[in-house]
Design a protein. Sequence first.
Length: 136
Amino acid sequence: MEYQEFIEVLAEKSRYTKREIRKMLRLITATIQDAMGRGRDVHIVGLGKFKNVGTGFMRGRNRYTGQPVIIPPRRRVRFSPAVALREIVLKSEIVFREETNLMKKFGLEKGSKHGEVRGPDRPEEGPKGKAGRSGG
């Protein structure tokens, strides 16, 4: 769901205008960013927790020369979904698997390009006879 669609859905489900919802979303985003910038975690009930996590010094290797390098510590954002959100996503995964199994049952499989669906009457080869490639 894109930002504009999200605003439209919220406007339909509430008594607020799109302008008011945009303003609230900007305020929520700015508040979360401010808290994260100060090193604090943000917990939103029903959605999850934005965690401000620090990493220590790490050893790495320069990919060009192969020389060992020390990677300095840094801060990262981690998101841990709430249990309710995790369960919703799990249910959608089960539905996705059932749809995929039905597609296989009826001979429809996902193609290699942009989610194309290839039926039994459509060959796997591309225009030049090579599977999944159009050039030579």
